[in-house]
Design a binder for this molecule. Structure first.
Ligand SMILES: *Cc1c(COP(=O)(O)O)cnc(C)c1O
Length: 395
């Protein structure tokens, strides 16, 4: 067994060596600025355009609709602020959900301070939005619906095509944060009627600090970065050529292996869920059972403090998370767990395990054994658990 078991692939992934190999020439040999005119620089510009084609074809877009950015957060910010600014004369109302990533939620909160109105849709116990509630939230001044494709904490996959249908029928733009979904599950901007889509390189075994925003030709968000003519004059700055090449290489690899990897991960995911549910008392699965990312396992353990669990798992060589890398270090329970109705004390005992294609059954067996020991140990020290046992004994 490997000396470290990495089960935090929703936070970030390992850059694949093959991806690095494709990047290398653009870090050293072909260092030309893609905007320069000589043939040497065309090595770089051709690589950027090839990458754009690869990514566009994966989601059914045109290459001219793919804009490279500095990552998922930047893409989310641009999609929402860019549409809000450009279309404010049409209206200042935005619809999103309570379970979005902070890159979306904090952007919406910022816009509220600027005089926009935001409706935050509820999610049910499994993390799904209600299409009926979405319909009812639409107003004449609604300009954008932003709902994530798949949740980064609990893995729930939203009914994206249905949301796209509703948005299109009302002439409202539809943005989806697909950072956890792109490369992992099939996506198609035409079939799903998506107008803007965010994705990121480092969630699919590509490099960090590179992402893209798909912007449908008919949508004209405001300029993100003023400067040079890069990215059709909308996002200035010299291209991150090695990052772009690596992102496309990782995307291509993800697409080629997608069917097999999905199958393999789903099997392991369900194996792990089954073992935890049957072997660890007071464990509650979070997220939808089937409309779920193939690599996501997320539980709450009653009478357990999540942070302590992570530290003990780390001591056992296991990298895991309590939900979101962005909220760790803060004592607030996850907004996603609160949105699905978990009470504070239960939301605090959360654990997210996210697999990759290199995860093995043996690794998961080891994790379950360690988890059994850790939950027993932490509960034996928990006054809440003791109270519970006393009440149960008296009953
Ligand atoms: C990771 C993540 C982001 C942020 O992407 P970065 O490239 O790290 O900025 C946004 N949304 C979701 C759903 C994510 O999982």
């Amino acid at each position: 067994m490997k000396s470290m078991i990495y089960l935090d692939n929703a936070a970030t992934t390992q850059l694949y060596p093959e991806v690095l190999e494709e990047m290398k020439p653009y870090l050293t040999e072909y260092y030309g600025n893609p905007s320069s005119i000589y043939r040497f620089a065309q090595k770089s510009s051709h690589a950027v355009e090839r990458a754009r084609e690869i990514i566009a074809s994966m989601i059914g877009a045109k290459p001219s609709e793919i804009y490279f950015t500095g990552g998922g957060s930047e893409s989310d910010n641009w999609a929402i602020k860019g549409v809000a600014e450009a279309y404010q004369s049409k209206g200042k109302h935005i619809i999103t959900s309570k379970a979005e990533h902070h890159a979306v939620l904090h952007t919406c909160a910022y816009l509220e301070k600027q005089g926009y109105e935001v409706t935050y849709l509820d999610v049910d116990e499994e993390g799904m939005i209600d299409l009926e509630q979405l319909q009812q939230a639409i107003r004449p001044d609604t300009i954008l619906i932003s709902v994530m494709t798949a949740n980064n904490e609990i893995g729930t996959i939203q009914p994206i095509a249905e949301i796209g249908e509703i948005a299109r029928a009302h002439g409202i733009f539809f943005h989806t944060d697909a950072v956890q979904a792109f490369g992992h599950i099939p996506l198609h901007v035409e079939d799903m009627k998506i107008d803007l889509l965010s994705a990121s390189g480092h969630k699919i075994h590509g490099p960090k600090g590179i992402g893209f925003l798909y912007i449908r030709k008919t949508v004209k968000p405001s300029v993100l970065i003023h400067g040079g003519a890069q990215e059709r004059g909308k996002r200035a700055g010299t291209h991150n050529v090695p990052g772009i090449v690596g992102f496309a290489a990782a995307a291509k690899r993800a697409e080629d292996g997608q069917k097999a990897i999905m199958e393999q991960e789903k099997n392991l995911r369900d194996y792990l869920i089954r073992r935890i549910e049957t072997e660890i008392p007071f464990s509650l699965l979070n997220g939808h059972r089937t409309s779920r990312l193939p690599n996501n396992v997320h539980f709450c353990f009653r009478f357990i403090e999540g942070e302590s669990m992570l530290i003990l798992l780390d001591e056992a060589g296991i990298c895991a998370s309590s939900g979101s890398a962005c909220t760790s270090g803060s004592l607030d329970p996850s907004h996603v767990l609160l949105a699905i109705g978990r009470p504070h004390e239960i939301a605090h005992g959360s654990l997210r395990l996210t697999l990759s294609e290199t995860t093995t059954k043996e690794e998961l067996d080891y994790v379950v054994e360690k988890l059994k020991q850790i939950t027993e140990r932490l509960r034996s020290m928990s006054p809440l658990y003791e109270d519970y046992l006393n009440v149960a004994r008296r009953a």
